[in-house]
Design a protein around this ligand. Structure first.
Ligand SMILES: NC(=O)c1ccc[n+]([C@@H]2O[C@H](COP(=O)([O-])OP(=O)(O)OC[C@H]3O[C@@H](n4cnc5c(N)ncnc54)[C@H](OP(=O)(O)O)[C@@H]3O)[C@@H](O)[C@H]2O)c1
Length: 275
């Protein structure tokens, strides 16, 4: 039996769709919506019954301070150990992301899994092209003001990462003890993004961006440094893919990855209100 956690999240839904033809896949989610879904909430260890699960796809639940995320992931891994799960597949963060604030909880989780007696596979996912569309969207006048400097992001289609996860969980023994770097092949910078949406690129400073994020009031306190740090790491050139030794995306997909630029433009046009 395969159990997918975070099944109602964007990545979890895509993995679920790809495995829909199988009868050995179960969905774990905080709010089950059908009898085939199990309640799995890392914040409630009593809900973490993984009895009968052979392979657990642990989708990171990364929205929180480090101590919150670490406690969540520890609870899930401890429950997997207790239930005798054979193999855990964890969605982590690409190796070039160590400068990002959220890297710490991912690296802690990788180490926790590797020090367990479980078989494991680590999927070191790059940042999604859809995420880039959220953090570097053009404004109403077409201007992209995201402070990416001259940096580029080796963004990757979330759907490609779901495809890899689906392939790995259904043949987990072939992937035991492997850590896969999964980043895009066409790094994207502000100028390319602006050209693709017919706008202009006029990057703000990190200070202006931090102030705007705080003023908008939509971000939780921990999210402000998280976002500013993401821009900073892209601008400093750490996330353009050149720091990745062996990008396994194409090999594990068995095909060319989807165009991150197309995913960016499609996502932007789907989320930008028509004036
Ligand atoms: N690579 C990237 O660019 C990127 C960007 C953003 C986030 N991430 C990370 O990748 C993960 C998956 O991405 P996504 O696109 O699917 O994000 P998403 O759509 O925001 O989904 C995250 C899912 O995490 C699950 N979750 C949250 N808190 C949980 C808890 N206490 N216990 C169990 N599950 C919990 C929830 O699943 P249910 O609703 O089913 O309970 C939630 O829907 C995120 O959670 C985050 O850690 C990566």
């Amino acid at each position: 039996m395969i159990l997918i956690t975070g099944a109602a999240g964007a990545l979890g839904q895509l993995v679920t769709k790809k495995l829909a033809a199988r009868d050995d896949v179960f969905l774990g989610t905080r709010l089950p919506r059908s009898p085939t879904q199990r309640r799995v909430d890392f914040d409630d260890p009593a809900s973490l019954d993984f009895t009968g699960v052979d392979t657990l796809l642990l989708i990171s639940a990364g929205y929180g301070e480090d101590d919150v995320v670490i406690t969540r992931h520890d609870a899930a891994i401890s429950a997997a150990e207790k239930a005798g799960v054979r193999h855990i597949v964890y969605t982590s963060l690409s190796g070039d992301g160590d400068h990002l604030a959220y890297a710490l909880a991912h690296r802690w989780t990788e180490r926790r899994i590797q020090q367990s007696a479980l078989e494991w596979t680590i999927l070191r996912n790059g940042l999604y092209a859809e995420f880039l569309a959220a953090i570097a969207a053009p404004g109403p006048d077409g201007t992209i003001a995201a402070p990416l400097g001259e940096g580029r992001l080796a963004a990757v289609a979330r759907d490609d990462l779901a495809e890899v996860a689906a392939r790995v969980v259904t043949a987990s023994q072939q992937h035991a003890g492997r850590t896969y770097e999964l980043v895009g092949e066409e790094p994207l910078g502000g100028a390319e993004l602006a050209a693709a949406v017919g706008g202009s690129y006029e990057p703000g400073s990190l200070t202006q961006t931090r102030e705007a994020l705080i003023a908008a009031g939509n971000a939780l306190p921990f999210q402000v440094p998280m976002l500013v740090g993401t821009y900073s790491a892209i601008a400093a050139g750490f996330l353009d893919g050149t720091g990745i030794g062996h990008n396994m995306l194409r090999r594990l997909l068995g095909r060319k990855p989807q165009s991150a630029l197309e995913v960016y433009t499609t996502t932007v046009s789907a989320t930008t209100p028509v004036s």
